[in-house]
Structures are given as C-alpha cells and as structure tokens.
Design a protein around this ligand. Structure first.
Ligand code: HEM
Length: 546
C-alpha cells in the first residue's frame, strides 16, 4: 500500500513539476523515481521509528524493553523458552494493565490482551468486532477449507456454531466414552512395548510421539468412525508411497521437517508454495489428499446413512461425530441443510484442533507426575479407592473424582496447550478507554490470565492441584475470565467436554496401571509452534503389577 501511494504521488509530482518549471532538463521518469525513493524512505522512517514512539494512540500503554531493530520483540519471542514465556514475564511486570503493546516484525504494533476484563471485552462483548488475522487465516487455509468453523466469521460463524452445538453437547460426548476407553488400551500397548523392549521392568516413552499416536487414534474413531492409520485413497496414491495413509498426510501437514515448518509459517507472509521444493510438494499432496479423502468419506457415509434410514435399518447407537452430523443435516435436524463441504471442513478442523492440544495436555500431565511424586501418589490413591469400591467405574464416576478434576484443571492452567489466539479489529472501537483502529492486531494467550499473581497469588507459577479445592478457591479464581484455557465467549472451544472426558479417562487408566518414575534427560518446548508442545520429553515408566 505504501509503495502504491508513494508511486502515485511521485507521478503526480513529476507531472506538476514539469508543468510549473518549464526549463527543467531532468526527464519525468527520473523525477518520479527520485521523488518515489525519497518519499518512501521518509514514510518508512516515520512508520518504523516516529509513529510507534510519538504518534501511535497506544504509545502510553506499557511497552516491554528489548525492542530490536526491524525485528521488534519478535526475535526475542522466537528465542524464548516457550512461545508465550515473554508474554507471561510482561504480564508479571504489568499485572493489572488492560493491554500490553509490543512490536512485531517491521515494528508493527500488536496488543497483548492482559487483564481479565480486557479479555471479556475482546472475546465476549465485542467478539464479532474482531476476526481471525489475515496471516492466521492464510496459515489455516493451507490445510483446512475456507468453510471450516475456525475461519467462519460474523453471522455465518454464529449459524454454524448453532448447527454444531448438538454434536458436541454433553449427551453426545458421553456416548464417546467407550471409544476413548478402547484407545486407552492402545496406549497401554505402547507403554507395555516400551517396557518389554527394555528390561521388562521399566521402559522409556517419548511423550510427544506416544500421546500423539494415541490421541490421533481417539479423534479418528470418535470423529470419523474410522481407523485413520488404515484409511487409504485408492484414487490418490503418492508415487513414492503406494501405502500412503491418513496418518502420513496428517504428519506431512502437522509434523513436517524443520524446513516444512518454516515454509508453513512463511507462506502466511508471502506465497511460497509454488517453489519446487520437496517439502512444498509433500505438503501440497497431503493437503489435497486429506481434503479429497475426507470429502469421499462424507459422501460415502451420507449414502450409507440415508440408505439405511430408507430401508428402516438405521441404528443410532454408538455413532461417531460424522454420522451424528450427517443425521442432523437431514430435514428437521439441528444442522438441516449444512453442505457436505462444510461438514468435511468442520471435521478436519476438529481433528487438527482436538488432536495436538489433547496430546500436549497428556504430555504435560505426565511431566508433572514424573517430577512430583506426591501429586502422582495422591492421584493413584484416589483412583485405587474408587476401583476398590467399584471395580468397573463408569465414565461419570471417573469424571467426578475430585483430585483428578483438580489435577486436570491445574495441569491446563500451568501448561495451556491452546497457547495463543490471534485477532484483528474489523472496525474502529474503544476498549477499556483504549482506541482501537480497524485492522489492529491482537494476541491473546491463556497463560497471561492463568499465571496472573493478582488472581492466583505469588505461587501462580507453581503446580498445586489443591488450589482448585471447592472449600478454598476464591470467586475471582473461579470467574470465567480468570481462565481462558479453552477461550470464552461465542468462539469458546466447542471440544472442551470432549477433551475433558478423553483426558480424564486416559489419566485414570495411566495412573491405575503405571508409575511415572522420572524425566530422562533434557527436553525443549517447540518454538514457534501452534500448541505448547514439549519436544524430546522422555519419561521412565514402570508397570504396576496386580
Ligand atoms: C486440551 C484440549 C484443548 C484445548 C486447550 C483447546 C483450546 C482451544 C482454544 C483456546 C480455542 C480458541 C481458538 C481461537 O479462538 O483462536 C479453541 C477453538 C477450537 N477448538 Fe479447541 N481445544 C482443545 C481441544 C479441542 C477438541 C478435542 C476439539 C474437537 C473435538 C476442539 C475443537 C476446536 C474448534 C473447532 C475450535 C474453533 C472454534 C470457533 O472458532 O468457533 N478443541 N480450542
């Protein structure tokens, strides 16, 4: 935009100068070129250095130190221990400020939403005055269709949330319990294999790999009703892998090589998918494969369901979310009229949003248990007590365990997997007395409120499941806006109940059958990343006999 305005102005100036000064012996192109260069430099200098410091409406907001030339704070964010650790540090220096301003690449301003009341205004009161940012939209569009819930805005988003409400309601989530329990058995097989391949007594699991696989199995069966590892597409086979499966496509998109990750992020700034690189070809193939295969899956399931209904043989029991959504899309259903394209796009986002976050949560819970044996022992005592009274507890019995519930909430508070949300103002507005021009960029990080010492006390960074005890927890800590781990407002995570059931069942069985002895070696946290993902977190486990 700046280039275009400067170029247009330079042409006008050149024409005007030659009209006003008759004996000028410099050609019009040269004049325009020099004018363009000078104007562009002055404008950039203003934007980079003068505007943020002297003219921005946000210049009085807290701005952290450490701004680097051209990189702003972005360089330090990418080098930090986790993608959100600087946000938490900045919040700790300004715990009650509504917003903190930081500078991103090219010194562009970003507002970090800080106080609970500012969160409420951005996520609830003015939810539809914001959209996802253009960059995030470009990033998500690389693998999910435009019709997916995560990309819908305004009335269309409202309408689709309503259509999808039934399939993720508590009643339908409850029906998924047997599926989750079955996938926990898979997890146990992986744990046992790790122990067997060592000395038969203890073994080491790589948390990211193990939980990723287990939760992908769980979301595959619960969302699509298929074993994703076995799902192939006969019409679309990769030349170097004729056994290409859903798992391959998923990995090529969500767990690519380092170059693949860089290209994924870069493509949100400049289109680079046309570059003839292997990482690009893999990504493009996987994205096409995933979209075509899902469309085929939806088509087949619709035929099967409508055929069974017509024959009077449809069994509504034990249905996955895809079957449920297709049923509801029929005349009279809560999602009547929703297109197959929308269904496929929504479910692909459910898969992406639900898989990594649940796997990360399981990894961090394991980390807590392996480093805090006191917490692990209390969890196990509670689980054993339930089993001694009721050897076959229902999912409702498990969900009601108080210490397991406290542990689940505390683990999410300290290690929120859905790490950041990004928004862009769709209109001019004022929030908490701060003027927000249209186009302003916002970051929201659940850790910012979850770690706020004014809400959670000076030990906010410590893991302490007891802080959730009904007898002692304060109303401020329980307030909706003190906890944004699943976001809040109209865009609150629709998979909250799904994640809770899946993870509590997984934790229950893990604690019942295994001891988590220690963390082996060092590990890092992926940065940049879409979720709070430990890398190389290896934990020694031991099977509990009997
Ligand atoms: C521990 C597990 C999970 C966490 C921490 C989590 C967190 C979040 C957060 C913070 C958002 C808001 C993103 C934004 O507005 O930019 C979100 C949105 C979303 N989540 Fe989750 N999530 C989890 C599991 C799941 C599961 C299991 C599913 C599906 C089965 C799911 C589906 C979605 C969808 C579809 C959205 C977009 C909602 C919309 O834009 O209306 N999530 N999640």
């Amino acid at each position: 935009m700046d280039i275009l305005s400067c170029a247009a102005l330079a042409v006008i100036e050149s024409v005007a100068l030659r009209a006003l000064v008759s004996d000028i012996d410099v050609g019009p192109q040269r004049i325009a070129f020099i004018a363009f260069g000078l104007q562009y430099l002055v404008l950039k200098w203003y934007r980079l250095f003068l505007y943020p410091k002297y003219f921005s409406p946000w210049r009085h907001l807290p701005t952290p130190p450490g701004n680097q030339f051209m990189l702003g704070h972005a360089g330090r964010i990418f080098k930090a221990d986790t993608p959100v650790s600087l946000f938490v540090e900045w919040m700790e220096s300004n715990p009650d400020a509504p917003f903190i301003r930081y500078l991103s690449l090219g010194h562009s301003e970003v507002l970090l939403v800080n106080s609970p009341s500012a969160h409420r205004e951005v996520l609830q009161s003015n939810c539809y005055s914001f959209t996802k940012t253009d960059r995030l939209r470009k990033m998500i569009k690389q693998f999910a269709g435009e019709k997916s819930l995560a990309l819908l805005e305004f009335d269309e988003h409202r309408q689709h949330r309503k259509m999808l409400a039934g399939i993720l309601s508590p009643a339908s989530i409850k029906q998924l319990a047997p599926i989750f329990t079955a996938t926990v058995k898979e997890l146990q097989n992986m744990f046992d294999a790790a122990i067997e391949s060592n000395d038969g007594k203890t073994g080491v699991i790589d948390c990211t790999y193990t939980y990723s696989k287990a939760t992908l199995d769980a979301v595959g069966i619960s969302i699509f009703g298929v074993d994703l590892a076995q799902t192939r597409n006969a019409g679309l086979v990769r030349h170097d892998n004729d056994n290409y499966s859903f798992t391959d496509a998923y990995e090529d998109i969500f767990a690519p090589s380092t170059l693949g990750k860089v290209l994924f992020a870069l493509n949100a700034f400049i289109p680079i998918r046309w570059l003839p690189l292997e990482a690009n070809q893999k990504f493009m193939f996987a994205s096409r494969w995933l979209n075509e295969t899902l469309a085929g899956l939806v088509r087949e399931r619709r035929q099967k369901i409508t055929g069974a209904i017509a024959a009077g043989k449809y069994d509504k029991q034990s249905r996955d979310l895809l079957s449920f959504l297709i049923e509801e899309s029929l005349p009279g259903g809560t999602a009547a009229g929703i297109s197959d394209r929308h269904i496929a796009d929504h479910l692909l986002v459910f898969l992406g949003a639900g898989h990594d976050s649940s796997a990360d949560m399981a990894s961090w819970s394991t980390h807590i248990m392996a480093t805090r044996h006191d917490i692990q022992d209390r969890l196990r005592a509670e689980v054993l007590d339930l089993v001694s009274r009721n050897p076959e507890p229902s999912s409702a019995d498990i969900e009601a365990l108080p210490y397991l519930n406290n542990f689940y909430r505390e683990s999410l508070r300290v290690y929120p997997p859905g790490m950041t949300m990004h928004r862009q103002a769709a209109t001019d507005l004022t929030i908490q007395g701060v003027f927000i021009p249209k186009g302003s960029i916002f970051d929201l990080a659940p850790a910012v409120t979850s770690m706020n010492p004014l809400i959670w006390g000076d030990d906010a960074r410590e893991v302490n499941p007891d802080r959730w005890d009904a007898a002692t927890i304060t109303s401020e800590q329980l307030a909706t806006w003190s906890n944004n781990v699943f976001s809040n407002g109209p865009r609150i995570c629709p998979g909250k109940g799904f994640a809770q059931l899946e993870l509590k069942l997984m934790l229950f069985h893990m604690v019942l059958h295994y001891r988590f002895l220690s963390v082996e070696g060092e590990f890092t946290v992926e940065n940049p990343a879409l979720t709070l993902r430990p890398h190389g977190l290896r934990v020694r486990i031991e099977k509990i006999s009997g």
